[in-house]
Design a protein around this ligand. Structure first.
Ligand code: F6R
Length: 634
């Protein structure tokens, strides 16, 4: 299987990944080399914090054997519990999100075997853990924790072979489930063995040092040379080298990928929050999504990674988009764009629901799986369901080399750069742009005229500058945010593309500020939601100056009659729309674009609104409660 390059998806013959587990939100990191591993591990664990966790731990090879330190709670609890002069050149670290067993010191990773010679960290779910546990207990093994992961360390301890990699390989042939795991052994100084099945593991190649982690954010401070393990692969890391084998002991040849991002990308820089930084990065992230893809000769877009011949692409009679959360909403927006520009019937559905309705998979439907992380369990499961039934799936993904990117036969990387804040902001906009590019590409193969293609390209070229102008108006949005921060409920409404913007705006507000926010089509207000419109329930109205503006003004009148406060995100006033500005309580005015691109400019104020309301309500905007960046649970 080919590793994905930064600009294209893997070749059409990628294997379909077998992912049967539930949870691998945890983070793993490890180091072997000449430095003291402790600061490397702690820094790596901090980098992985954004994934969400409730306990953390490390294991080190030390002079007197393995040292294990683990604590329930935040990483600084672990840090303050570490001995002052702790040292070791080889170590592994873990952040745990509890599934089997409550968050406690004992249930935290690493786990060790009964004589303390082995330590294991694990992301994933061992599905036959209870059978393995019973078998091991019958042979006298005593378990300390309630976790499924602990069986791994005892299972490895029960094997015999000269090398650690061989012991791990033998043990894993008995394991059913998902894992991204790492093992160290007191008897093999400098050696770490890692293995992957359904939970990401990336190796980092340094100068006489090797690292690994569950994602590249924990590696970039040390190296930009990485190797993505595939499912069913096991790697042995020593300070100067690595080798990879498969579960059946065959050697595996791996390609090194250079990651584009430097360590600074993962820092907040001058911003107080990643959310704020990422909202402000959008002029650049938009440029990256467009770079090299706009074709002024034929007034179309180039998309190198689709891996589909033009005739194949034209042969699809329908397009179905699948994603979760913001990725789904970007899909709703994208589906409407595809229909409008390319005139191909297209709709979006939450990927989390898809496989439960025994979907009919049609050979003339193109399926698009949308995911920022490329690791969302439900989206990957939808991809597998489609592929199992013979359907064709392309990905629209941000993280290069991620599981969904590799499972799909081609696709579009959105190139938004790493997104650290839990909520999607810049990746939403870049994902939507990927849909615009696809719509333009497909539209120009069909009935979209040269003149219209030219209009879309001209508008795309203006977007970064227009985003800058909205970001410059942030103080005004902050003022409005402070006013609306006092409410506990809000409606977000719009029509057509504006409705999808309203859906994303409502999701952002919910996540960042914990205000109950519901999105509705403006046309549906009188069919129910108006019952709850009072002076205490504001409506955020996404109101482009388009052919529906008069209908939208009537909807605003319905709200104002019930004394509901209205904040309108709209275009500059013109003759015929002035009454709107007298009707609403507050407005945020954004520049006009091509109607297809208006959603981008209407959404950015809503991202800033949610951010400033979250701040005003003293919420943890970067890591909202109960949410993780990469939702790898079913
Ligand atoms: C919302 C948010 C989530 C994700 C969803 C899918 O701000 O971040 O709703 O959009 O969990 O994640 P990906 O795109 O990684 O598949």
């Amino acid at each position: 299987m080919g590793i994905c390059s930064a600009s294209t998806f893997s070749a059409a013959n990628s294997p379909h990944y077998l992912w049967i587990g539930e949870n691998f939100m945890c983070g793993i990191v490890g180091y072997t080399g000449k430095q003291n591993a402790v600061p490397v591990l702690m820094q790596g664990l901090h980098r992985l914090e954004y994934r969400g966790y409730d306990s953390a731990g490390i294991a080190l090879q030390q002079k007197k054997g393995l040292g294990i330190h683990k604590r329930a709670g935040k990483i600084n609890v672990l840090e303050s519990s570490l001995p002052k002069r702790i040292k070791g050149n080889t170590g592994i670290g873990h952040t745990r999100w509890a599934t089997h067993g409550e968050p406690s010191d004992t249930n935290s990773h690493p786990h060790n075997n009964n004589d303390g010679t082995l330590a294991v960290i694990h992301n994933g779910i061992i599905e036959n853990a209870s059978q393995l546990r019973a078998r091991l207990e019958a042979h006298g093994v005593s378990f300390k924790s309630e976790t499924d992961s602990e069986v791994l360390v005892h299972l490895i301890a029960s094997t015999e072979a000269a090398s650690l990699i061989e012991r791990v390989r033998i043990a894993l042939t008995d394991v059913e489930g998902t894992y991204g795991l790492a093992v160290i052994d007191a008897a093999h100084p400098g050696v770490i063995v890692v293995a992957r099945n359904g939970s990401p593991v990336v190796l980092g190649i340094g100068d006489k040092e090797m690292l690994f982690a569950s994602d590249t954010s924990a590696l970039v401070r040390h190296t930009q040379q990485v190797v993505y393990l595939s499912d069913g692969e096991i790697a042995e890391l020593t300070p100067g080298a690595y080798r990879v084998i498969t579960l059946d002991a065959s050697p595996s040849q791996k390609k090194t990928t250079t990651i584009d991002w430097s360590a600074e990308t993962y820092d907040k820089g001058d911003y107080s929050h990643f959310t704020h930084k990422e909202i402000h990065e959008q002029p650049e992230s938009v440029l990256r999504a467009l770079r090299g893809r706009l074709d002024n000769k034929f007034q179309t877009a180039h998309l190198g990674g689709l891996n589909l011949q033009p005739r194949e692409l034209l042969g699809f009679r329908r397009i179905k988009v699948l994603g979760c959360g913001s990725a789904y909403i970007a899909g709703v927006l994208g589906a409407r764009t595809i229909e409008q520009l390319a005139r191909v019937p297209c709709d979006a559905e939450p990927a989390s629901e898809f496989r439960y309705r025994n979907p009919v998979i049609e050979s003339d439907t193109l399926y698009l799986a949308v995911s920022q992380s490329g690791e969302t369990f439900d989206t990957l499961a939808a991809v597998q369901e489609i592929q199992r039934k013979g359907g064709r799936v392309l990905g629209i993904v941000n993280v290069v080399g991620s599981s969904i990117a590799r499972a799909c036969e081609g696709g579009i990387y959105v190139h938004a750069g790493p997104e650290i804040a839990v909520v999607s902001t810049k990746t939403f906009v870049s994902t939507f742009l990927a849909f615009v590019l696809l719509s333009l590409h497909l539209g120009r193969m069909k009935d979209l005229s040269v003149a219209e293609g030219k209009n879309v390209l001209a508008a795309l070229n203006l977007i970064p500058q227009q985003i800058h102008s909205i970001l410059d108006a942030e103080p005004e949005i902050e003022r409005v945010a402070k006013k609306y921060a006092v409410f506990n409920n809000a409606y977000f409404v719009g029509r057509n593309l504006g409705l999808a913007v309203a859906m994303e705006g409502a999701l952002k507000l919910k996540e960042i500020s914990y205000i109950h926010a519901e999105a509705y089509p403006a046309s549906e207000l009188k069919h129910g939601p108006l019952a709850l419109v009072t002076p205490e329930t504001p409506t955020v109205f996404v109101l482009p100056d388009d052919e529906l503006i008069d209908k939208n003004i009537s909807s605003i009148e319905e709200i104002r009659t019930r004394k509901g406060p209205v904040l309108a995100i709209t275009h500059p006033p013109r003759e015929g729309t002035q009454q709107l500005f007298e009707l609403v309580d507050d407005t945020v005015i954004v520049p006009k674009s091509h109607p297809i691109l208006d959603p981008i400019l209407m959404l950015i104020p809503l991202q800033l609104l949610a951010y400033h309301i979250g701040l005003a309500r003293a919420c943890d905007v970067d890591q909202p409660r109960n949410l993780a960046k990469s939702v790898t649970v079913e």
